[in-house]
Design a protein. Structure first.
Length: 201
């Protein structure tokens, strides 16, 4: 029995998207240049962080699922706070390099209007990812996204979407995509993405 055309097209699309994530995973490209094509209203500064002006931002699609500890998390429920979304995998060297910085900044900003959410991808089971979070003292939840569906489909085309592992996308207090980096971040660069959004009215 052959597959119908619709499922075949769906499988092909998923295969192409999976390949795109695989090719860009743990990218060593530090220039921060972004794709998306068309009329994107964002700029990339020399530090590799792309930003969107307040009036031109777009909300992400649904980013909801089960966390590594088995709880349900919907990023839309965090509206009203700045939300830092970090795409990572336990297998990724640059992710290990940036993890201590994320853990420190998350702890330092606890109690302020900031929430951190990890997007754990391409870990075939949870154990390595859980061990990673324990090793680095990560104090915030991560959505378990082994096939990268949240990363691929959670961000509208033409917006600042994750295109590599690691990637970091920051949402403003209105839940809209405001900034993105496509490389491992140190504490200074991470704070530079968050602090301007905390000051917005």
């Amino acid at each position: 029995m052959s597959l119908s055309r619709a499922p075949r097209r769906t499988l092909l699309a998923v295969g192409v998207l999976t390949a795109a994530v695989a090719l860009s995973a743990c990218s060593g490209d530090n220039n921060g240049k972004s794709g998306g094509g068309g009329n994107t209203n964002f700029v990339t500064n020399t530090g590799g962080v792309s930003t969107v002006a307040k009036g031109e931002r777009t909300a992400p699609n649904d980013i909801v699922g089960e966390t590594l500890d088995g709880k349900r998390l919907d990023v839309a429920d965090l509206k009203g706070k700045v939300v830092v979304l970090n795409a990572w995998g336990s297998w990724c060297g640059p992710c290990r390099a940036e993890a201590p910085h994320f853990a420190k900044v998350a702890k330092d900003l606890k109690g302020q209007d900031v929430e951190f959410v990890g997007l754990n991808t391409r870990d075939p089971n949870k154990q390595p990812a859980i061990a990673f979070e324990e090793d680095y003292g990560v104090p915030y939840p991560s959505l378990y996204d082994p096939q990268g569906k949240l990363i691929l489909f959670g961000f509208p085309k033409g917006t600042l979407n994750p295109q590599a592992i690691p990637s970091t996308v920051v949402l403003d207090k209105e839940g809209k995509i405001a900034a993105r980096s496509l490389m491992a971040l140190d504490e200074k660069k991470l704070r530079s993405m968050i602090e301007p959004l905390l000051k917005e009215k």
